[in-house]
Design a protein around this ligand. Structure first.
Ligand code: GUN
Ligand code: FE
Length: 411
């Protein structure tokens, strides 16, 4: 099958994967994330973690990853070097943040952030890396001054670079953004007016984007990275992926390590489907509640229903919301990701002319987490792999025709 594409992953956060998800987003950033990222000033720590995260993602079938590193330029360059050595296709951003009230130690001055972004860009752009690209990475609006956003937008425009950030992830975050940027009518405008929404931009989360904002995304050709594990793990919210797709916004999937706890896009596929089913059930509940209210208004409700006892009322189970299918989720993890990163002319499926990014799947692996039992169709094999498979079923991984798993290098 085509290789999977992780459109949003924080490489340094692999250090605390699977821990510390008890706090909501802003507290989690201040208490867990910023103190951890801060130590990546130490390039040897970075080397250790970045080696591990590149190996682990590749092993799990991530042929392309779009990484956030940290604010440290040298460690970010090292991540590019490691991804390149292992042969992973990667977009890597040195994180920019000139404002951090919650953990002051971990930030830069505006000038530093711009100067170091340029140094980082030059180092990657003039390197020998064929499939590793720099990404302009303002962390999110809360951690950037307007001046920094403007300068980064300008630089990305001049050099025609990819851009990544976070948007509308949690209610507390949105409230803070509107407080910090009183002259902007919504979160989307903060990025849009500073030239940060382009057809090479990927914005993570977007749970609370309004239809008007989605319209701007569509117009700009900007993509959303859907990170359902993280959205649930940090109690941030849900992205209505169906609504985003109906608005013809480009959508890819993201693990968002370590807001999300699983490195595997197979998990992201499952969580994307489950999130869609939750939204379906919520709609049924809402429609049921509305029916009761309507019934009350029309005086058609029996006395026990007026008392709130709906026990005898049949529970509404159907509505017009279209749940994400496994095939659609599979597409989001592959071609959707390549569209989100604007590399769908290079990768994402097996169309003639594209580079061969692929996984060799063995559904019958000796220690496979699932069994085939009776003969089933190819589609059912795929479905079972997506729901039950793991890295034990991934026999080999190819990027641009080169076999990158099993690993040849043992560093
Ligand atoms: N918003 C700003 N930084 C982060 C981060 O590291 N993870 C997540 N999930 N959201 C963010
Ligand atoms: Fe993130």
């Amino acid at each position: 099958m085509p290789g999977m594409i992780d459109t949003h992953i924080h490489a340094p956060q692999y250090m605390f994967i699977g821990t510390g998800m008890e706090r909501p987003l802003l507290e989690w950033l201040a208490c867990t994330t910023f103190p951890t990222e801060d130590i990546f000033l130490d390039v040897e720590i970075a080397r250790n973690i970045y080696n591990a995260v590149v190996r682990r993602t590749l092993r799990n079938g991530t042929t392309t990853a779009c990484y956030f590193a940290t604010i440290h330029t040298d460690a970010s360059i090292l991540l590019a070097d490691i991804a390149s050595q292992y042969g992973q296709r990667a977009f890597i951003g040195k994180v920019c943040m000139d404002r951090n009230d919650t953990y002051e130690k971990y930030s830069e001055t505006t000038e530093e952030s711009i100067r170091e972004t340029e140094r980082y860009y030059k180092s990657i752009a003039y390197s020998i890396y064929k499939r590793v690209k720099p990404v302009i990475t303002p962390r999110f609006a809360i951690s950037c001054s307007e001046k920094l956003l403007k300068e980064l937008g300008k630089f990305a425009d001049e050099q025609d670079l990819h851009i990544q950030s976070h948007i509308s992830e949690s209610p507390a975050e949105i409230k803070e953004v509107l407080k910090l940027f009183p002259d902007y009518k919504n979160y989307t405008e903060v990025y849009n007016r500073n030239k940060l929404l382009t057809n090479k931009t990927v914005m993570a989360h977007g749970c609370y984007l309004t239809n008007k904002e989605l319209h701007v995304f569509r117009e700009r050709g900007t993509a959303i990275s859907h990170c359902p594990n993280s959205n649930i793990s940090l109690c941030s919210g849900h992205l209505d992926v169906r609504n985003a797709l109906n608005h013809k916004v480009k959508v890819g999937l993201g693990t968002d390590i370590a807001g999300g706890y699983s490195i595997s896009l197979l998990d992201t596929i499952r969580k994307a489907i489950e999130t869609s089913k939750i939204l379906y059930m919520e709609r049924s509940k809402r429609e049921q509640d509305n029916n009761v209210i309507e019934g009350k208004k029309k005086g058609k409700i029996t006395p026990n229903l007026i008392n709130g006892d709906t026990q005898n009322d049949p529970i509404k189970t159907e509505n017009s919301y279209h749940v994400l299918t496994y095939k659609e989720a599979f597409r989001l993890a592959t071609l959707g990701g390549s569209e989100a990163l604007s590399i769908d002319h290079i990768t994402g499926n097996f169309e003639v002319g594209k580079e061969f990014d692929a996984l060799l799947i063995n559904p019958d692996a000796k220690d496979s987490p699932f069994e085939l039992l009776s003969p089933i169709s190819t589609e059912e094999v795929l479905q079972r792999f997506l729901y039950l498979g793991d890295d034990r079923n991934i026999k080999a991984v190819y990027v641009a025709g080169r076999c990158v798993v099993p690993f040849i290098s043992n560093n």
